[in-house]
Design a binder for this molecule. Structure first.
Ligand code: ZN
Length: 97
């Protein structure tokens, strides 16, 4: 008995391949160009407690110096801050490895 197996390759997934979406990084405040840089940022987590995160890879506007966080970084920062003991007045955490 001939069990001829169908070995045709799986249909190529629809679409034209993986296209990386080039996102233009523009300042939400003034429309200036954002440049990536590493800096330290303070975050107020409670009335009397502040966390300073060192070595955060942020985006900074070349015109108004406003800093913005990438969404994945924002999520990460929120997770760090959520686990922070809010009875501590000041904590300095090194973000970057
Ligand atoms: Zn700006």
């Amino acid at each position: 008995m001939d069990l001829s197996r169908c070995t045709s390759p799986p249909a190529a997934s629809s679409g034209g391949g993986n296209r990386v979406v080039a996102r233009t990084m523009i300042c939400r405040t003034c429309g200036g160009a954002l440049r990536s840089r590493v800096t330290d940022l303070p975050f107020k987590v409670a009335d009397t407690s502040i966390v300073i995160l060192k070595g955060l890879p942020v985006l900074q506007c070349s015109q108004c110096q406003e800093t913005e966080l990438d969404h994945p970084l924002m999520v990460e920062v929120e997770r760090i801050l959520a686990s922070f003991d809010q009875t501590t007045e000041l904590e300095i955490i090194r973000y970057a490895a």
